[in-house]
Design a protein around this ligand. Structure first.
Ligand code: ADP
Length: 509
């Protein structure tokens, strides 16, 4: 077939279109519905040594894995007019070398639907895989997927459908399939069931006229050809990815089917990943709710227990012997420890649920240091540790949430005393132009370098016999860092096993 010639008698609009296509710097191939060549422009013909015969199977000319976005050109209402080709942005910045497509008549006149093909299919697929891997949120994965599928396979709408116990649900949809979003239908007899059952891409050329369950459930849909690819990952059928074109459009081509299949394989992994994440997050929420309920339930009797202890200690009920006082002291230290743990868990759940807010006030940093030191004084003196405070000359005024700042400092000081058996715990207050530093240094057991980043994760503890002996929830540092961040500050840490640790909280003035 000579360059620019056609397989059947053209009208003037077609002639004008083909003349324009002949002038293009890309190869253009127009195909019939059964994928036979009806037209090849000059550039394409030149590539194939002038030997592109009408009726030739497209498979011999097109590498089926070639892919790129679609471009569309509409030729008005039958009047001969210059062809106006617009490249979509994605297409514009990729090196398109070939274009192939189809011509059809629509109410508006002659419509040319052409696809540009890149030599580098990998580029586009890599891009798809990267974009899908970047998103974690299920809703966004599905939205991205519909968007990509529509563009990559030349559709006018896409949807992701999931199925459970005989029912199917459209969990995401775009374009022509948008009216079906969130709708449910019986999966028996559906294209979805066929795709999952046969584990391959299946199609329906005139979906609106098919009487399929989806059409019965959403009769307002107006669809032409539909392609449906199963989403399978690790042996599980997760649903299907469907794309469509408007009524009267030509069926999807073999390369488009193949493209949807490859896309669905990539997408299935992304859907699987976000499903796992969704499950983990909901298990996490359940765990948080359980922790909060349990802590509340424990706090009430514990408060009563502490109250009775105070009554006894104050000898309201009667005088106590030295031995009884001693037993009572131990009981009180245990209840205090338990209360501290419960408060820590409650602080954790409150942070996780986003219930914490910052209430700033103006105060002196040295007052904060003294109050925090007083809180750990009893334990430090019990362990015969020196508790030193180093203050700068002159007062340091600070505006922040004093309760949160104190909670951080008490946590750090509590740890320093807890993990130090002899020597000193020293708090040093200093200021720079814009920040206040509270450094808590100890001469305790220290922390191995590789454990340091882990310590700020919830429930993390350095797994040595010594740490276990000291007990604790493993939440203190996590809470402290989150609170410091809420206050616009941060926590720094340095440590050497056997020498000691230094935790420094830095808060903006
Ligand atoms: P908890 O003290 O309740 O276990 P934290 O989050 O406060 O939880 O601390 C986590 C872990 O970090 C502790 O279990 C301990 O292993 C280590 N750690 C924290 N502070 C110190 C310190 N000053 N010296 C040595 N180890 C520490």
């Amino acid at each position: 077939m000579p360059a620019g010639s056609i397989s059947s008698a053209p009208d003037t609009a077609e002639l004008s279109a083909w003349a324009a296509l002949d002038g293009l710097d890309v190869g253009v191939l127009l195909l019939t519905a059964d994928l036979r060549v009806s037209y090849a422009n000059a550039r394409w013909t030149a590539w194939h040594g002038g030997d592109v015969r009408s009726g030739l199977s497209a498979a011999s000319l097109i590498d089926e894995t070639d892919t790129l976005g679609a471009m569309r050109a509409t030729l008005g209402d039958g009047e001969p007019r210059p062809l106006n080709l617009t490249l979509r942005p994605m297409l514009a910045d990729l090196p398109a070398r070939r274009v192939f497509g189809t011509v059809r008549r629509a109410a508006t006149g002659l419509v040319l639907e052409v696809r540009a093909e890149s030599d580098d299919d990998r580029l586009a697929l890599q891009d798809v895989a990267r974009r899908l891997a970047e998103v974690n949120d299920m809703a966004e994965v599905l939205r991205t997927l519909c968007d990509i599928a529509t563009r990559q396979c030349g559709g006018t709408g896409a949807a992701v459908l999931r199925t459970t116990s005989g029912m199917a649900e459209v969990v995401a949809a775009s374009g022509d399939l948008l009216p079906a979003r969130n709708r449910c239908f019986e999966s028996y007899g559906s294209l979805l069931e066929e795709a999952i059952g046969r584990s391959e891409v299946v199609s329906e050329d005139n979906f609106s006229g098919s009487g399929r369950p989806l059409m019965r459930a959403v009769p307002e849909l107006s669809l032409g050809p539909v392609l449906c690819a199963p989403l399978r990952a690790h042996g599980d059928a997760l649903g299907v990815l469907a794309i469509t074109r408007g009524p009267g459009s030509l069926p999807f081509t073999v390369p488009e089917r193949e493209r949807l299949r490859v896309l669905a394989d990539h997408a299935a992994l992304a859907v699987h990943k976000s499903l796992l994440l969704q499950r983990a997050q909901s298990a996490d929420r359940a765990k948080g709710r359980f922790l909060a309920t349990m802590s509340h339930e424990l706090r009430t009797p514990l408060t009563a227990l502490a109250g009775y202890g105070e009554l006894l200690a104050d000898e309201v009920i009667g005088p106590l012997s030295d031995t009884q006082q001693d037993v009572l002291d131990r009981m009180r230290s245990v209840t205090t420890h338990l209360s501290a743990m419960i408060e820590e868990i409650l602080a954790f759940t409150s942070l996780e649920e986003g219930r914490e807010t910052v209430r700033a006030s103006d105060f002196l940093a040295e007052d904060l240091v003294r109050a925090a030191v007083a809180a750990v004084e009893p334990l430090a003196s019990q362990k015969a540790l020196e508790l030193a405070v180093v203050l700068p000359t002159g007062s340091v005024r600070l505006t922040t949430d004093i309760d949160k700042a104190q909670q951080i400092l008490v946590n750090l000081l509590g740890n320093a005393v807890k993990f130090t058996d002899r020597g000193t715990v020293r708090v040093t207050l200093s200021r720079t132009a814009r920040a206040v530093r509270f450094e808590v240094a100890d001469t305790g057991i220290g922390i191995p370098l590789d454990e340091l980043p882990r310590l700020f994760r919830p429930f993390a503890q350095v797994d040595t016999g010594l740490t276990r002996r000291h007990g604790g929830t493993g939440l203190g540092l996590y809470i402290s860092r989150r609170l410091a961040t809420m206050l616009g500050g941060h926590i720094e840490v340095e440590s050497e096993p056997g020498v000691g640790s230094s935790f420094c909280v830095v808060l903006p003035i």
